[in-house]
Design a protein around this ligand. Structure first.
Ligand SMILES: Cc1cc2nc3c(=O)[nH]c(=O)nc-3n(C[C@H](O)[C@H](O)[C@H](O)COP(=O)(O)OP(=O)(O)OC[C@H]3O[C@@H](n4cnc5c(N)ncnc54)[C@H](O)[C@@H]3O)c2cc1C
Ligand SMILES: *[C@@H]1O[C@H](CO)[C@@H](O)[C@H](O)[C@H]1NC(C)=O
Ligand SMILES: *[C@@H]1O[C@H](CO)[C@@H](O)[C@H](O)[C@H]1NC(C)=O
Ligand SMILES: *[C@@H]1O[C@H](CO)[C@@H](O)[C@H](O)[C@H]1NC(C)=O
Length: 372
């Protein structure tokens, strides 16, 4: 098939790599240019720090985000089904678990997603696992008032990023590790991206995709961007289920990492904090709060968790939600796709499909104007 054009995707997080795969599938030549690629570890690269699991944060007032999350859920089901049918396929690192939801107060959020996930059901406080958990929570701490369960997926994040990169490459994409200049404007950044993409005879790019996450704040000074810091603790053992406990001003969660024999416990949501320093007191409180809801991993000699590491990531948040927009900068066509906050994984499929649509519109419009 003749190429429909050369697209340069800036960014190799879950947003950029998923977009690269879908652009490759749609028949474009793709070059990914990114300062950090799968396997790298940096506070400037959010994707490796995620849990990650599917649990939507979207509300009915955000129909596009609801739709993205549902698209991802259905697509991931399909990926897992195909892997089951054909053991020779590369492993994505996705797996279904029971996902248990606990609320310290009567549920206020609208559970619009209940019919969209698998096997949603309310749990009574007289039933397991709540009976046991309630006994573990000390009298002075808040109690759990409501609970529900469903089936949802967890993502082995390091594996999934490598899987996406390999998938993009298998469709012909090139991945180039390079940092674009920041502070001298978008046009300079795109000029640099273009020269990277044209090394080794690559043709002049027809369109750029800006999937730089929190980098967009520095790259082009998007002042609507801000971090939501999340501290987590990686512990030994693969938890039996995903758990999310929503309390007054805090969240406690447990995300098993499929096939890794490890689990992510969390965590914080600190708006506006850029620090990558791990706070030991926060680590202790995460472990304490998770000890009630993840009893099967209390395998340490002291009766606690076996801690592997503690770390922080910065969710790339943006006022008014992700920026999905076409722009022409110094004659270069660009599609922005950044600002996915705490939902970049569960958003990824819907977001990538929209990127493909906008790239098509962007390139198509140039053909029209060239004819005029
Ligand atoms: C603790 C924690 C838990 C989370 N849990 C979940 C979860 O359960 N489910 C979920 O869906 N999401 C979760 N998230 C959110 C998710 O991790 C993010 O939404 C997602 O990783 C954002 O991906 P991204 O590709 O947009 O950005 P990033 O992963 O940050 O990628 C940005 C890319 O742009 C590149 N870049 C930036 N600036 C430049 C430059 N100047 N030159 C070249 N390249 C540049 C970077 O090198 C990188 O490759 C969690 C996040 C955290 C921190
Ligand atoms: C991405 O968008 C941000 C915000 O507009 C801008 O500062 C940055 O230069 C863009 N980067 C690329 C590579 O397009
Ligand atoms: C950010 O988090 C760090 C580590 O927990 C903490 O020491 C610091 O005070 C926080 N900064 C702000 C501005 O809240
Ligand atoms: C732990 O739970 C308590 C409520 O019992 C809450 O106040 C606190 O913020 C939680 N800590 C963390 C780090 O989530």
């Amino acid at each position: 098939m003749a190429s429909k054009g050369h697209i340069v995707v800036v960014g190799a997080g879950v947003t950029g790599l998923t977009s690269a795969c879908f652009l490759g599938e749609a028949g474009y030549d793709v070059t990914v240019v990114a300062a950090h690629v799968p396997g790298d570890s940096s506070i400037e690269y959010t994707s490796p720090w995620a849990g990650a699991h599917w649990r939507t944060h979207a509300t009915p007032e955000e129909p596009m985000l609801c739709d993205w999350d549902v698209q991802t859920f259905d697509y991931w089901l399909d990926v897992m089904e195909r892997e089951k049918q054909d053991p020779k396929l590369p492993k994505s690192g996705l797996k279904m678990y029971d996902s248990l939801h606990y609320w310290d107060a009567p549920v206020k959020e609208e559970l619009w997603w209940a019919p969209r996930v698998k096997n949603f059901r309310a749990l009574s406080s007289l039933q397991e696992p709540l009976l046991t958990i309630s006994k573990r929570i000390p009298a002075h701490a808040p109690a759990i008032k409501e609970a529900a369960a469903c089936r949802a997926m967890s993502v082995n994040v390091p594996q999934y990023l490598l899987y996406l990169q390999e998938k993009a490459r298998s469709m012909g994409a090139k991945v180039i590790k390079a940092r674009l200049p920041v502070g001298s404007g978008l046009e300079d950044a795109l000029t640099a991206a273009e020269s990277h993409a044209m090394v080794d005879g690559g043709r002049r790019p027809d369109c750029f995709v800006n999937a730089t996450g929190l980098g967009a704040a520095k790259l082009c000074g998007d002042e609507a961007m801000y971090p939501i810091r999340g501290q987590t603790v990686l512990v030994k053992g693969e938890a039996e289920a995903i758990r999310t406990r929503i309390g007054d001003g805090y969240t406690a969660y447990c995300i098993p990492r499929p096939g890794a024999g490890m689990t992510i416990l969390g965590g914080t949501k600190e708006v506006g904090n850029w620090s990558e320093a791990v706070d030991p007191e926060t680590t202790a409180r995460i472990l304490q709060n998770c000890s009630y809801i993840v009893p099967e991993l209390l395998t340490g000699e002291d009766g606690g968790f076996e801690v592997v590491s503690a770390q922080c990531g910065l969710r790339p948040a943006r006022q008014d939600g992700p920026r999905m927009e076409k722009e022409v900068v110094g004659g270069r066509k660009t599609v922005h796709a950044y600002g996915h906050a705490g939902a970049g994984y569960q958003n990824s499929i819907g977001s990538a499909r929209l990127v493909v649509k906008m790239v098509g519109e962007s390139i198509g419009s140039s053909i029209v104007s060239a004819k005029l």
